[in-house]
Design a binder for this molecule. Structure first.
Ligand SMILES: Cc1cc2nc3c(=O)[nH]c(=O)nc-3n(C[C@H](O)[C@H](O)[C@H](O)COP(=O)(O)O)c2cc1C
Length: 204
């Protein structure tokens, strides 16, 4: 809050650091959370600090997926589209989400959007970049599912498609004006197979 209060008014908009929409989506210590109603009062203080001099406040919504560990999650095993560890030192064995859990995750992005609106933010940004869970669903490196969520580029896109529709539906059904839903994405990743500017065959 101190950091933001020194900068409000100097820029048109501030996108906060990532806020996890589920407890098991926490990626690092000290992270913002929007995973429960209990955080609405403190998130409201954050948005009003950012907005004090006319700057727009944007809450970034995310889930770390496999880019976390059971230490940060206090003993809980990390989850993702598939049980494929990230290419990074000490990456842990993770668990693939069940279909029900995928629908729960989309539901929790919706609830996070409702909380952002209640907390006075002007916008949300869906964090689809930097190899977190949304990118993990789209990447052929981390998604080897054989159901409606994986198996072809179109199916790997299904999670993003349903997620964006769900979040924008929340905004459309709320009574806020000019509320923008942003989406951050990473066009490329270094993993093989990975998201590239060219189509890669699935190698799972
Ligand atoms: C410590 C640290 C924390 C970051 N946290 C976030 C974040 O919460 N959300 C996000 O979209 N990007 C985050 N980033 C990525 C930055 O937004 C940016 O893309 C990255 O630092 C590369 O830009 P730069 O070369 O100007 O540093 C973070 C980067 C660093 C170094």
């Amino acid at each position: 809050m101190e950091y933001y209060s020194l900068r409000t008014g100097e820029v048109g908009a501030i996108i906060t650091a990532a806020a996890n929409v589920q407890d098991n989506g926490k990626g690092w210590e000290g992270e913002l959370s929007v995973a429960s109603d209990q955080f609405i009062p403190s998130l409201s203080r954050l948005s009003s600090t950012i907005k004090r001099n006319g700057t727009k406040a944007i809450l970034q919504l995310f889930h770390a997926g496999r880019m976390t560990d059971s230490g940060v999650l206090r003993g809980v095993q990390p989850v993702s589209a598939s049980a494929i560890a990230a290419e990074r030192p000490n990456a842990e064995i993770l668990r693939a989400l069940t279909e029900d859990e995928i629908f729960d995750l989309i539901e929790d992005f919706k609830k996070a959007t409702e909380r952002a609106i209640k907390a006075g933010f002007d916008r949300v940004e869906i964090h689809g970049a930097n190899t977190y869970i949304i990118q993990q669903f789209f990447s052929p490196h981390s998604n080897c599912r054989e159901d409606q969520w994986g198996g072809s580029i179109e199916k790997r896109f299904n999670f993003i498609n349903q997620l964006v529709d769900s979040v924008t539906e929340v905004v459309d059904n709320s009574n806020v004006q000019d509320f923008i839903v942003g989406y951050r994405f990473s066009p490329e990743e270094y993993e093989e197979p990975g998201n590239k500017n060219v189509r890669y065959p699935l190698s799972c």
